[in-house]
Write a protein that binds this ligand. Structure first.
Ligand code: AMP
Ligand code: ZN
Length: 468
């Protein structure tokens, strides 16, 4: 079997063939850093993380680039409203974004280029389009891409270019465009931009949003690369415009495979501030859930299906993860037992890993992949109950479970890791109190741990700490 992916460009699920054997270049549209990313954004980043981990699982080496949009209408507007410089304003949200990436265990990208560090690349790309006569400078000073002069426009959405932007709001400073369908490559400076602006051959101004991704993807991955991802809302006009600009300027194909995830909705409704169902990662953490629980929720629905977020789903994720963690702990203990020598564990492990792999290779089909994991947990627990798995057999099951988790990234952190020193100290004091038969003190310490969100389980091998 080989990896197949649903390509939005051809609207078909196709075998994945990299440009260079064994290597994959992936570009993913990153956050606009003017506020906290919401869990819908993280749905997109999570599907991209699953893609990347699956590619690695399949043996590819992956170069992943994610941009940070740190100059656009919204970042300028809000930094001015806050009365601080654009750079200071966006730095705040870049930092918050990286903290969230860490909490959700997203593998870091190889490059996080910021738009403001690549203005020169964007000017060069616009210059190439001007030289080819595909872009023009209008009377308002802005530079536009002419759809009429690029007949290949419309590969992704396949709509009539003459009608496609009819419903879009046309801002006042765009009255000078030749056609309403044309989009800005370079926006001439205006009063609202305040301090923000760069000099260019077309005067002071700033880049349009779409050109950012064209310039930064080719800077790090070359003009033709393997995979470009984003949420479904990015398909038009953002990705359509990226294709047009890049292919027109570079004279070669831009991207082989386009992948788009469906949206996250909340309790069946669109997430919006006014509906009061708008959540950031931090909101979810404040309700007592942890990063890997939300990670599981975001992963568990196939990326091309709408994900219906609910706190019930977070509770279900918690229960699922507790099963996984408990199974892993049992296996670790069982590695110390004698080998039962039945071979049952090895056979079952191979089967489980194959089912898991086959599901992911089928366009990241997560539901059967998770079913393979939990069937494996059920059968593994049964073998442990029967005493037919131990020693090397248990180690083999453990190895397969951890290999699966290299894709899922949800199992509990290793012993010690993630348990705060203060919690460890309280647990130690409780154990000492128990030994001294001071049960009142031991109970008080247990309550204190519980108030901090930790449960102590007394096992024959000593106390074990677990997040409650
Ligand atoms: P933005 O910061 O709005 O450019 O969005 C960053 C990424 O999040 C893009 O790939 C969007 O398509 C994606 N995105 C935004 N809202 C949602 C949502 N509700 N569900 C899934 N993806 C989303
Ligand atoms: Zn983009």
């Amino acid at each position: 079997m080989a990896l197949t992916l649903y390509n939005s460009l051809t609207r078909r699920q196709e075998p994945f063939v990299p440009i260079q054997p064994g290597r994959v270049g992936v570009y993913t549209c990153g956050p606009t850093v003017y506020n906290m990313a919401h869990i819908g954004n993280f749905r997109a980043y999570m599907f991209e993380d699953l893609l990347k981990r699956t590619l690695r699982f399949c043996g590819y080496s992956v170069t992943h680039v994610m941009n940070l949009t740190d100059v656009d209408d919204k970042t300028i507007r809000d930094s001015r409203a806050a009365g601080i410089s654009l750079g200071d304003f966006t730095a705040r949200y870049k930092k918050a974004f990286f903290e969230d990436v860490d909490t959700l265990r997203l593998l870091p990208a190889d490059e996080y280029p910021a738009a403001t560090d690549h203005i020169g690349d964007m000017i060069a790309l616009i210059g190439a389009l001007m030289a080819k006569g595909i872009a023009y400078q209008a009377d308002d000073g802005s530079v536009y891409f002419s759809i009429a002069r690029w007949p290949a426009y419309g590969q992704l959405v396949k709509v009539d270019p003459a009608r496609m932007r009819a419903g879009e709001r046309v801002s006042l400073d765009e009255y000078a465009k030749e056609s309403v369908a044309d989009f800005a490559l370079w926006k001439a400076w205006s009063e609202e931009d305040g301090e923000v602006g760069w000099d260019s051959p077309w005067g002071r101004g700033r880049p349009g949003w779409h050109i950012e991704c064209s310039a930064m993807s080719s800077r790090y991955l070359g003009p033709h690369f393997d995979i470009h991802c984003g949420g479904v809302d990015n398909m038009f006009p953002h990705h359509e415009d990226e294709i047009a600009q890049s292919e027109a300027a570079n004279g070669c194909r831009f991207v082989n495979v386009w992948l788009h995830c469906a949206h996250l909705i909340v309790d069946g409704e669109k997430m919006s501030k006014s509906a009061g169902n708008f959540h950031t990662l931090r909101d979810v953490l404040e309700r007592g859930y942890c990063g890997r629980e939300l990670r599981y929720v975001l992963l568990a629905t196939h990326y091309r299906q709408q994900l219906n977020f609910s706190f019930q789903a977070c509770d279900d994720a918690r229960a699922a993860l507790q099963r996984l963690d408990a199974f892993r702990r049992r296996l670790r203990e069982a590695t110390a037992f004698a080998d039962a020598g039945t071979g049952a564990a090895k056979e079952r492990s191979e089967q489980a890993l194959e089912a898991f792999r086959a599901a992911l290779e089928d366009d990241l089909n997560i539901s059967p992949a998770l079913a393979a994991v939990f069937d494996f947990v059920r059968d593994g627990n049964r073998l442990l109950d029967e005493g037919t798995v131990g020693g090397p057999g248990a180690a083999e099951v453990l190895r397969v479970l951890e290999r699966m988790d290299s894709v899922l990234g949800v199992m509990e952190a290793d012993a010690g890791e993630g348990i705060p020193a203060e919690v460890e100290a309280l647990a130690g004091a409780r154990q000492a109190a128990r030994k001294a038969r001071d049960f009142a003190r031991a109970d008080a310490l247990r309550d204190q741990l519980s108030a901090m969100g930790w449960t102590v389980e007394d096992t024959p091998k000593g106390p074990r700490l677990r997040r409650s």
